[in-house]
Design a protein around this ligand. Structure first.
Ligand code: SAM
Ligand code: SF4
Ligand code: FES
Length: 349
């Protein structure tokens, strides 16, 4: 099949073989543009022109894990650590609501301080006091924790599998297991959460074959939202000398995933905007329909350093809210109103 036929197949059936995905990942010039345009058309047809905003609350920079790529890894003794208390988290959620957000994402390192009881109390309190959907992004927990969080009102869960290459996964995640991560994702799905997962692009040792497998694994897990972004080396990690991930490949992955999961939510990530000043705009033009601005105070933003050079780090939350809205409008799109539930999720109910 030639490129045109592969694209037609993707558009009409939302299915591609691994070899077809690999071919799309290597497109250049006009053919690459055809892929982006088709993904944009698919986005328009299935999820429309709304871009939904998620208010990101990074509530703890402590982490018990040691992922090779991440500035929050426990071995990084220079990382600045903080924990937000319940009242403060609820207050930020309230502020996010006042700025117009209808989803908050509670994200942290894997921090055992936030026991099942503490997390349940935070979720319950936000749900009682603020009219928002809650996405959790707090890593691997026991089944009973996921169940309890769901029972007290958590709506969505975001956890990337990072790479589908098991060997690479084990190398980059000491003390963790790929199998456990996948099991957690399946539990999360079985509990009725909207499931978000995805991977990092440009990890050292990752091949085009791996990326095609990553895309297929997102489809196999039937993700309601897909978070993918380029790897950015952090100077205080073992990967400090590695190359950063490619913006071009990230955009191609977004486009292919839009074709394969036409009604799922796909963010244009902060990491994409960090490597390319127009990265988020480009993502929104080739399949993405979500942006996740940080709503924390500046001092916390500075301390949650996954990678250096993060955009918006010196901007306060109100400024980002206005800035992102003008970006969306400049693209001929509009800010979505309401919770912005994944249509993929809704269709299955
Ligand atoms: N601890 C939770 C977890 O790992 O799922 C949630 C927080 S973690 C900081 C969120 C995401 O940040 C990870 O899934 C990872 O893909 C991304 N991340 C970490 N270090 C990064 C880096 N150096 N460059 C780009 N993304 C990175
Ligand atoms: Fe911890 Fe998540 Fe960073 Fe891994 S990616 S070190 S689990 S915060
Ligand atoms: Fe933060 Fe533009 S979105 S300054």
């Amino acid at each position: 099949m030639n490129v045109k036929e592969i694209l037609d197949k993707a558009y009409n059936t939302h299915k591609l073989s691994k070899d077809e995905i690999k071919l799309l990942l290597t497109l250049e010039g006009e053919e690459r543009q055809l892929l982006f345009d088709l993904a944009d058309r698919t986005r328009q047809k299935y999820v429309g022109d709304d871009v939904f905003l998620r208010g990101l609350i990074e509530f703890s920079s402590y982490c018990k894990n040691d992922c090779f790529y991440c500035g929050l890894r426990r071995s990084n003794t220079e990382a600045q650590r903080y924990r937000m208390q319940e009242e403060e988290i609820v207050e930020v959620a309230r502020r996010a609501y006042e700025m117009g957000y209808r989803t908050v994402v509670l994200q942290s390192g894997e921090d055992p301080y936030y026991t099942r009881e503490r997390m349940c109390s935070i979720i319950r309190k936000i749900k009682e006091e603020v009219d928002v959907a809650i996405t959790l992004s707090i890593g691997e927990r026991p089944y009973e924790d996921y169940k309890a969080f769901r029972q007290v009102g958590a709506d969505r869960y975001l956890m990337r599998f990072e790479t589908s290459n098991k060997e690479l996964y084990q190398k980059l995640h000491p003390g963790m297991s790929f199998e456990n991560r996948i099991e957690c994702l399946k539990w999360i799905k079985s509990l009725g959460y909207e499931l978000g997962t995805g991977f990092l692009i440009g990890l050292p040792g990752q091949t085009v074959d791996d990326l095609a497998n990553d895309i297929l694994l997102v489809c196999e897990l039937d993700a309601d939202m897909v978070g993918i972004g380029p790897f950015i080396p952090h100077p205080q990690t073992p990967l400090k000398d590695a190359h950063e991930g490619s913006v071009d490949i990230t955009l191609k992955c977004i486009a292919i995933l839009r074709l394969l999961l036409p009604d799922s939510n796909i963010p244009a990530t902060t990491a994409l905007g960090t490597l390319d000043p127009l990265g988020r705009q480009k993502g929104l033009k080739c399949g993405a329909n979500i942006v996740m601005p940080n709503v924390n105070d500046l001092d916390y933003k500075l301390k949650y350093e996954l990678y250096p050079g993060k955009i918006c780090i010196n901007e306060d939350a109100t400024k980002c809210r206005g800035c992102i809205e003008s970006i969306i409008i400049s693209l001929g799109r509009r800010v979505g109103q309401g919770y912005g539930q994944s249509r993929h999720y809704r269709a299955k109910k």
